[in-house]
Design a protein around this ligand. Structure first.
Ligand code: URA
Length: 214
């Protein structure tokens, strides 16, 4: 489908991303989580413009009026644990959505920084519904591809939206190739990955900054 970079035109999103990246501000854990959440909120607002609508009639104190409403509520999903604040931001706006969760982590063995271990999935039926996946750091794309594969065992969504705070160029290209019908909403795209699979300049470890070092 396409990739939208939310920081391409300056807005408050840029200031929030700056705070997420900056070593002088990123260790305020509450503020880090809240900035992630705010990016999720903005992405949710933008995604809402892409959703199919239906006409409904409502009664005001003065008259009846025909208005547009979301036709089918989305299913919002995330990858535990780093994705939770970004996910919460999306859920703040789609307050009637159903939710799903995937638990996945990098093994971080001495000589293997890339293998993904996935051990938990819960997701409602997504058949014919817009599916939104919140993944704050799109590095190689490997864990996201695994998560999407598992989520798609729960049905065939009408739309696939992927919300990311910071992505590597390589990660975006990988997901665009693997899921050409997906729309990626990304805060910012960075050029490179380190040999350990971290996005650089990036922001470090989003899970640790949100919830503490493991
Ligand atoms: N996950 C993170 O938290 N940071 C990265 O740079 C890559 C993956």
């Amino acid at each position: 489908m396409s990739t939208v970079v939310l920081s391409d035109q300056f807005s408050l999103v840029n200031s929030w991303i700056n705070e997420l990246r900056n070593v002088e501000t990123q260790h305020d854990r509450l503020r880090f989580r809240r900035n992630m959440e705010r990016i999720g909120e903005i992405a949710a607002f933008e995604i809402s413009k892409d959703l199919d609508t239906k006409e409904i009639e409502i009664q005001t104190p003065l008259d009846k009026i025909k208005v547009q409403e979301i036709a089918v509520q989305p299913v919002i999903t995330t990858i535990l644990r780093a994705g939770v604040p970004l996910f919460q931001g999306i859920l703040n706006y789609f307050d009637k959505a159903d939710c799903g969760f995937v638990a996945a982590y990098r093994k971080h063995d001495a000589n293997d920084y890339f293998s993904i271990k996935q051990d938990y999935l819960t997701c409602p039926n997504i058949d014919g519904r817009p599916l939104i996946i919140a993944d704050p750091m799109l590095a190689t794309g490997a864990s996201l591809i695994e998560a999407i594969k598992d989520l798609l065992t729960n049905g065939s969504p009408s739309q696939l939206h992927i919300v990311v705070a910071i992505a590597s160029k390589q990660g975006v290209e990988t997901i665009e190739k693997e899921y050409p019908n997906a729309k990626i909403w990304v805060g910012a795209i960075d050029e490179r990955l380190t040999s350990k699979g971290y996005i650089t300049p990036g922001l470090g470890d989003a899970g640790d900054l949100s919830y503490g070092e493991k």
